[in-house]
Design a protein around this ligand. Structure first.
Ligand SMILES: Cc1cc2nc3c(=O)[nH]c(=O)nc-3n(C[C@H](O)[C@H](O)[C@H](O)COP(=O)(O)O)c2cc1C
Length: 125
C-alpha cells in the first residue's frame, strides 16, 4: 500500500500530514490561543482533526482529514508569516484519525526548542 496509491490518495480518502516549522514571532499564550481557535474553526469546516505542538519557537502539527482538504493545507500554511521553514515530515494515506472529534488539540508543554529550531533553521529531514 504505497504513499501514492491512487485509490488511497484519492481526494475523498483519509490522509495524514505531519510538518514541522519554526515560529517567526513569540507565540505567547494569547496569540497561540487565537491561532488555535481560528485553526479549529477552519478544521471543523474542512473535516480535519489534529494536534499542534508549539513551544519555544518550534511548531509540529499532525493533521488528518479528507485528501482534498489536506492537499491544499501546506500551501496555505506556507503563506502564513507567523512561521517559516515549513518541512513536511510525512504525508500518507491513513486508515483512521488519531484525534477523532478534535479539530485542534494544543500541546505546549515542551520547555526547550528542539535542536533544529535552536540552530536557527530546521535540518533537512
Ligand atoms: C503553527 C500554525 C498552525 C496552523 N494550523 C492550521 C490548521 O490546522 N488549519 C488551518 O486551517 N489553518 C491553520 N493555520 C493558519 C493557516 O496558516 C492560514 O492562515 C489559514 O488556514 C488561512 O488561510 P487562507 O487565508 O489562505 O484561507 C495555522 C497557522 C500556524 C502558524
Amino acid at each position: 500500500m504505497g504513499l501514492h496509491d491512487p485509490d488511497l490518495m484519492d481526494r475523498g480518502h483519509l490522509r495524514g500530514l505531519v510538518y514541522r516549522s519554526r515560529a517567526t514571532m513569540p507565540l505567547e499564550p494569547a496569540a497561540l490561543r487565537a491561532l488555535v481557535e481560528a485553526a479549529a474553526l477552519r478544521n471543523r469546516r474542512d473535516g480535519i482533526t489534529g494536534t499542534l505542538l508549539a513551544r519555544a519557537g518550534c511548531c509540529v502539527q499532525r493533521l488528518e482529514g479528507p485528501g482534498g482538504a489536506i492537499e491544499v493545507l501546506p500551501e496555505r500554511l506556507r503563506k502564513d508569516q507567523r512561521h517559516a521553514d515549513l518541512q513536511v515530515v510525512s504525508d500518507t494515506a491513513r486508515k483512521a484519525c488519531a484525534f477523532p472529534g478534535c479539530p485542534m488539540w494544543l500541546q505546549n508543554q515542551r520547555p526547550e526548542p528542539c535542536a533544529g529550531c535552536a540552530a536557527g533553521s530546521a535540518a533537512e529531514l
